[in-house]
Design a protein around this ligand. Structure first.
Ligand code: NAP
Length: 287
C-alpha cells in the first residue's frame, strides 16, 4: 500500500482521499484550515505551502503527491503564489528523497490559447495568452522536470454538486453569441474525482501512462445551445442570441480521446445528463 500526500484536499481531494484510504492506502491531506467535519479516513495536516516555515510539517517520505490547489485570488499574484512559489517549496522538500515521489498535478485547459473553435488534444500547441494558463503551464513543466514519471491532468470547466455559477447566471437576462458559435467544454465534479482515482490506480498498478491527460466530457457543445437548454430545464431566463464579427473569439474544442482510449468511462457523458442529475439533487435537497 502507498503513502499518498494530497496537497489541496478540498472538494475534489477529500472524496478522492477517502476512496484511496478505503482501498488501504495511507492518505495525508494538506490544507491551510482544518475543520471539525473533516473526514476521519484522512490524516489531516494544516500547512500553507506558501509559508517556508510550515513546509517542515509535511511528511518526510511519501510515495506520491497529488496536487489539487486553487489560488487564493484570481490574479497573477494569486497564481504565482501557489503554482510557482508554493509548488517550488514542496518540490524542494522532496528533492533529495531516497526515492523521489511521482506527482499528479491538476491543471486546466486554460493552458491552450486557441480561440477559433479548433479541436485541441494533448499534442496541441500550448500558447496561453492569459496569466492563469501561463502560470499553470510553467507549473506543469516544473513538475515533469522534477519527476518525469508524473502525470498532468487538464480539466475543462468543472460543474456539479455545489458549483452553481452557470445556473446562477441564468437568473438574470443574458445575451450570448450564437454566431459565430462559441464552444464550451465541461466536466462534472464526480467525473473529476473518478478520473483522478482511475489514473492513480493505473499508475499504482504500473500500467503505462502518458504524461498528460485532457479531462473533459464527450459533448463539447455551443455555449448558446448549453445555456438555452439549461434555462429551459431549470425554468430560468432563456438567453438572447447575438451575432458577432466572423473574427470574434470562439474558444477551442477539447478532445477526451486519449483518456477514453486509456479506458476511462464517463459517468456524465454530456452536460444534459450532468445538469439533469444536479438539478434533481437540488430539488430533492429543497424538499
Ligand atoms: N473550477 C473549474 O472550472 C476548474 C477548471 C479546470 C481546472 N480546475 C482545477 O481543478 C481543481 C479544483 O479543485 P477543488 O474543486 O478541489 O478546489 P477546492 O475545493 O478549492 O480545494 C483546493 C484546496 O486547496 C487548499 N489550498 C489552497 N491554497 C493552499 C495553500 N496555500 N496551502 C495549502 N493548501 C491550500 C484549500 O484549502 P484551504 O483553503 O483550507 O487552504 C482547498 O482544500 C483546482 O486545481 C483547479 O485549479 C478548476
Amino acid at each position: 500500500m502507498s503513502h499518498i500526500l494530497i496537497i489541496g484536499c478540498g472538494k475534489l481531494g477529500a472524496p478522492l482521499g477517502v476512496k484511496l484510504a478505503q482501498d488501504g492506502h495511507q492518505i495525508t491531506g494538506v490544507k491551510r484550515t482544518l475543520l471539525e467535519q473533516d473526514t476521519p479516513e484522512i490524516d489531516w495536516i494544516a500547512v500553507d505551502i506558501t509559508l517556508p516555515e510550515q513546509i517542515g510539517f509535511l511528511p518526510t517520505t511519501v510515495d506520491a503527491i497529488i496536487v489539487i490547489l486553487t489560488p487564493a485570488s484570481r490574479s497573477p499574484e494569486g497564481y504565482q503564489s501557489i503554482y510557482q512559489h508554493g509548488l517550488e517549496r514542496v518540490l524542494e522538500r522532496y528533492a533529495d528523497a531516497a526515492s523521489k515521489p511521482w506527482l499528479l498535478f491538476v491543471s486546466a485547459t486554460s493552458v491552450y490559447g486557441q480561440q477559433t473553435g479548433e479541436w485541441v488534444d494533448e499534442n496541441s500547441e500550448t500558447s496561453p495568452s492569459q496569466y492563469n494558463g501561463k502560470s499553470l503551464l510553467t507549473a506543469e513543466r516544473r513538475v515533469l522536470a522534477f519527476q518525469p514519471d508524473s502525470i498532468i491532468v487538464r480539466f475543462s470547466g468543472i460543474y456539479g454538486a455545489a458549483r452553481s455559477r452557470v445556473i446562477d447566471k441564468l437568473r438574470a437576462p443574458q445575451i450570448i453569441q450564437k454566431y459565430p458559435p462559441v464552444y464550451s467544454n465541461r466536466i462534472h465534479q464526480t467525473d473529476c474525482i473518478e478520473v483522478l482515482y482511475f489514473l492513480i490506480n493505473e499508475k499504482l498498478r504500473q500500467r503505462p501512462l502518458d504524461s498528460i491527460y485532457l479531462a473533459t466530457d464527450h459533448d463539447c457543445a455551443e455555449k448558446f445551445e448549453v445555456m438555452t437548454w439549461l434555462a429551459n430545464k431549470a425554468g430560468l431566463i432563456v438567453p438572447t442570441p447575438s451575432t458577432a464579427e466572423e473574427s470574434a473569439p470562439r474558444n477551442k474544442r477539447c478532445s477526451n480521446h486519449r483518456l477514453v482510449q486509456r479506458g476511462y468511462q464517463f459517468r456524465y457523458r454530456s452536460y444534459r445528463q450532468g445538469y439533469s442529475a444536479m438539478l434533481e439533487s437540488s430539488d430533492r435537497d429543497a424538499n
